[in-house]
Design a protein around this ligand. Structure first.
Ligand code: ADP
Length: 636
């Protein structure tokens, strides 16, 4: 695929150190800017000092000081403009920035020398300005530069003394009124001052550079640690999301794709592959590949015998790393790997119950790329992938079994239904007296047989409904369903039966209700089951109510309540289990299938609905089902 190379980042092993350099370098740039900002204050301070000095009685000429202030102002402006232009820090410009700083310090030196010269030379109190500058140079520049600037300072001061004392430079003492202040009286005094000056300046450089060195080392260590923690965090996150996926993604292919892309990113490699071993252990089939290798390996099969690295893993090695060397028979598709510019690989086994079932591989463009930590992480990830495979396989096996069971149930129910229906129609003929008169006892027995046979056929029908639902046959396409229509049909279906049983039967619904997205037949059947139960389990004189209403959170709610026998507390947890019937229900009506509520629950689930039961024994039961409503033509 053209352009693939740029799409997949292939990190170098020491990526963190580069980052560290960038941090330190970033700080250096910050300090440079800071120095320029600080220098803006110097000219005004000089000007202010001159004014205050004049007012306090100093009689030196202010002109040289103003000129020096102007000089500082000018070069700082130039530095500021240059600094603005080179804002983006780039490691490659480090040398440039250092030169830039050295240049600044040199000009500062010239300004300091001039200030010292005009305030008494060797005897000037401004000699201490050097200390401040030396500290900055030692922090911002290399230790060598610190010592260099110290030497420059000392040499410059000696030169200034010699030039002034020999008369080559005019001596400008500080003058207070008529008197010249602070003049150096003798060469011995000058030597003393300059010696102490040199000692203090060199000691300062020494202390500062050693402190800076330690701090830099610490920062470097800290950055390395931060990088290590970040890496670890990334890997933990990745393991976590893989674990999560194992729990939620049941499709193996989807899971493989997710895991390979995740690993590709976290490990910063060119590609990740998953290969599964054939039953006979001779072939390795690629089931997923991500990154650059996706194309290389698409639908390829490896013969284990031809691939020494893969063979090692299958024979029990915990991991192998290998370099792709041209002409060497390490990989079956070595040329393809070399063509994709892959230099090294890492393979770890996929183990399920101590048996190698496959191999996970990482491919990289750098030789000798995989560190011990990376191997360790990769092995853990492979452990998770193996669990995922095991899970998905078990899930598939269970699903297969469930499907088989379902199909068996459908088959049996279907085959039972026709003979049973035939038996019922024959029974009708006998009960109708077409085959001869029946006495009362015979009639009673035949009535009971008929009732049982009808319950059986109902059970068979319900089993068929359940199996079809589980098989996905029943759900089909969902449409917006008008609930009011269903309410009317329920009224027509049950009102006679309820009246005959001596029950009050009420159905209430508002004039307008939003539709439900679903199958009208399934919803109606579920409601029929609930209403017929309510009628069945409520004695004469009781009340059965069915209320349709708009529920909270954009739902349509249907409440079916009765004043019947209720459901005992201990029976409630089994209510939606196949063939379950509570004791009190059996006592009231010995015939029942125990399948009606299971169908209701299945329908509610398939419609993303909810069902709630509240019941007090001997007082009544309330079933509340709610379905998401379709609002403004869209499904909510
Ligand atoms: P069936 O009614 O054929 O027994 P269902 O699956 O419809 O099967 O109901 C399962 C059980 O739930 C019933 O046997 C009964 O114990 C209980 N039940 C359901 N609806 C009611 C109700 N309205 N009042 C009391 N018990 C109920």
């Amino acid at each position: 695929m053209p352009g693939m190379h740029s799409e997949y980042s292939d990190r170098k092993p020491l990526a963190g150190i580069e980052k560290y350099k960038r941090v330190i370098f970033g700080e250096l740039i910050d300090r440079t800017q800071w120095f320029i900002r600080l220098r803006w204050f110097v000219p005004p301070v000089i000007a202010l000092t001159v004014v205050v000095g004049r007012l306090s009685g100093f009689t030196n000429s202010p002109l040289p000081f103003f000129l020096i202030a102007l000089f500082i102002l000018t070069y700082n402006l130039i530095f500021y403009l240059i600094g603005q232009k080179s804002r983006q820090p780039l490691t490659s410009r480090r040398g440039y920035i250092l030169k830039f700083n050295r240049f600044q310090f040199t000009l500062d030196y010239i300004a300091i020398f001039m200030l010292i010269h005009f305030t008494g030379g060797t005897a000037s109190p401004l000699i201490f300005l050097f200390i401040f500058h030396i500290i900055s140079a030692s922090i911002l520049l290399s230790p060598g530069s610190g010592y260099g600037f110290a030497t420059l300072g000392v040499a410059g001061m000696i030169a200034l003394y010699l030039a002034e004392s020999s008369g080559q430079l005019r001596f400008h003492p500080l003058c207070f009124g008529e008197n010249a202040l602070a003049t150096v009286q003798s060469p011995v005094q000058a030597a003393l001052i300059l010696t102490f000056f040199a000692v203090s300046i060199y000691l300062t450089v020494f202390f500062i550079t050693s402190i800076v060195f330690t701090i830099r080392q610490r920062i470097s260590r800290l950055v390395q640690l931060t990088e290590a923690v970040r890496c670890l965090n990334e890997r933990l996150n990745s393991l976590y999301s893989m674990t999560e996926a194992i729990g939620s993604v049941k499709n193996l292919k989807t899971l493989f794709n997710m895991v390979t892309s995740e690993l590709c990113q976290v490990m910063g490699v060119l590609g990740i592959s998953v290969k599964l071993l054939s039953e006979d252990g001779r072939l390795l089939q690629y089931v997923a590949a991500n990154g650059l290798v996706a194309n290389v390996f698409k639908s390829k099969v490896i013969e284990v015998a031809k691939s020494p690295l893969n063979r090692d893993i299958i024979n029990g090695k915990p991991f192998v790393t290998g370099r792709i060397k041209p002409g060497e028979m390490m990989f079956q598709f070595g040329e393809d790997l070399a063509a994709a510019d892959i230099q090294s690989v890492l393979f770890v086994p996929l183990m399920v119950k101590n048996k190698v079932i496959g191999i996970v591989g990482a491919y990289c463009r750098h030789a000798e790329r995989f560190s011990a930590e990376e191997v360790d992480f990769f092995r853990r990830a492979a452990g998770l992938v193996a669990v995922a495979i095991e899970n998905a396989r078990s899930y598939e096996a269970i699903e297969k079994l469930m499907n088989e069971r379902n199909r068996f149930m459908m088959h049996v129910s279907h085959n039972l239904r026709s003979p049973l229906a035939a038996m019922i129609s024959m029974l009708d003929v006998v009960r109708g007296g077409y085959q001869g008169e029946l006495n009362a006892r015979q009639s009673e027995y035949l009535r009971r047989i008929d009732r049982r046979a009808r319950t059986m056929i109902r059970m068979i029908n319900e089993l068929l409904t359940l199996s079809k639902g589980r098989d996905g046959q029943q759900t089909g396409a969902f449409h917006p369903v008008d609930v009011i229509l269903i309410a009317n049909r329920i009224r027509r279906t049950f009102q006679d039966e309820a009246r005959q049983k001596g029950l009050r039967f009420e159905i209430t619904a508002p004039e307008i209700l939003p539709p439900i997205q679903g199958s009208a037949d399934m919803i109606e059947q579920a409601l029929e089951n609930l209403v017929s139960n309510a009628i069945k389990y409520t004695g004469s004189g009781g009340t059965v109510k069915v209320e349709f209403l708009e529920g909270p959170g954009q739902t349509v709610q249907i409440q079916i309540s009765d004043t019947g026998i209720g459901i005992p507390e201990e029976a409630r947890k089994n209510l939606f289990t196949e063939f379950f019937r509570a004791e009190n229900a059996r006592a009231m009506d010995e015939i029942g299938t125990g399948l009606g509520l299971v169908i209701v629950k299945q329908t509610v689930d398939q419609h993303n609905g909810r069902i709630i039961v509240e019941s007090t024994p001997d007082q009544g039961t309330l079933f509340v089902i709610s379905f998401p409503a379709v609002i403004n033509g869209g499904h909510t």
